[in-house]
Design a binder for this molecule. Structure first.
Ligand code: ATP
Length: 315
């Protein structure tokens, strides 16, 4: 449905999006997940034709963004991060106005507004001014706007940004409902959000896609390992790596963050281990052979959140 290749955007010297490639299949909900400044908005703005790429190509169905920007815009509904709404208008009047711009005839317009009011849960606020609505309701109006022309693809930039937890759940439910029929790409910097809503995740960091896969597959790959965090006194990283790396089942050792103001003599390290092997006993025995003092040993299962943090660490 969508094929993106080598997509790049420079703002003067700053490379905001750096040669990214991805595909979106029909009916998929793809989450573009990344920390602030990763390049999500820039990517979505290029995809929707609002920003010209520095290089690279975007194909939507049989169209390319360079040659057929209007055709592509017709296939897309776009909900930007701060949906531009006319606050003094009543919800009904606003949706009616959007329908007129989209050149729907009278019957189409009425049935579309009725459908979207139901889908987005707007029935009880149809005759209220938009400016008086809560943020959650304003976002629903933005969604109804984006969906007015019944686009095949819905693009949403941080659709739950600034909403309270109840509103987040409500918008998520609406997105899932829409996702039963449409192809959706949404951006978010909240992992739980992406996990709950998206079939597939593309993790973006400093303009590059650093992981891309089915949410379930990424979760399973995370679950294939466990993490052991140990805190030691009188130990240095090089010796710890040398001694512990040889233990069967330990695949990686990295320094972990030190607490602010903590004694310089304390070293924290995180060991990545195969979850099928319990190496805690071996670690303890190895440490016992040295003059290090074991202050703490803690095991946890590796989650998608660990992967996300590892991949976006510089940010
Ligand atoms: P956020 O979640 O904070 O919106 P993002 O992942 O959407 O972040 P972008 O808004 O695409 O990231 O920004 C990517 C980088 O490009 C950032 O370093 C940002 O400061 C920079 N940037 C974005 N828009 C512009 C612009 N119009 N001119 C110059 N630099 C820009």
């Amino acid at each position: 449905m969508i094929h993106v290749e080598g997509l790049t955007k420079y703002y003067h010297d700053l490379c905001a999006v750096d040669h990214i490639d991805f595909d979106i299949q029909k009916g998929e909900i793809l989450g573009l997940l990344g920390p602030n400044g990763a390049g999500k908005t820039t990517t979505l703005r290029m995809l929707t034709g609002f920003l010209r790429p520095t290089s690279g190509s975007i194909h939507v169905k049989d169209y390319t963004i360079d040659e057929h920007p209007l055709e592509i815009k017709k296939l897309l509904g776009y909900l930007p991060e701060s949906a531009p709404l006319y606050h003094e208008m009543l919800v009904y009047d606003y949706l009616s106005y959007v329908a007129d711009i989209r050149e729907l005839d009278r019957d189409e317009k009425l049935s579309r507004i009725r459908y979207l009011a139901n889908l987005c849960g707007l029935n009880e606020v149809m005759h209220q001014p938009i400016g008086e609505l809560s943020k959650g309701y304003k976002q629903r109006v933005g969604l109804a706007h984006a969906m007015m022309s019944d686009p095949e693809i819905l693009v949403m930039d941080e659709p739950t940004s600034g909403l309270d937890p109840n509103q987040i759940v409500e918008i998520r439910e609406i997105i899932k409902e829409i996702g039963k029929e449409k192809t959706i790409i949404l951006s978010t910097h909240i992992l739980s959000e992406a996990e709950a809503t998206c079939d597939r995740l593309a993790i973006i960091n400093q303009g590059k896609i650093v992981a891309d896969g089915k949410t379930q597959t990424l979760k399973q790959s995370a679950g294939g390992a466990s993490l052991i965090r140990i805190s030691l006194q009188n130990a240095d990283l090089e010796s710890v790596k040398k001694e512990l790396q040889v233990i069967d089942g330990v695949t990686d050792i990295v320094p972990a963050r030190r607490e602010h103001g903590e004694d310089d003599n304390i070293l924290h390290v995180t060991l990545t281990c195969q979850s099928s092997v319990d190496v805690r006993g071996d670690i303890y025995r190895k440490i016992k052979e040295t003059d290090w003092i074991l202050l703490e040993l803690h095991q946890e299962t590796k989650t998608l959140e660990h992967i996300f943090r590892e991949l976006t660490r510089e940010n």
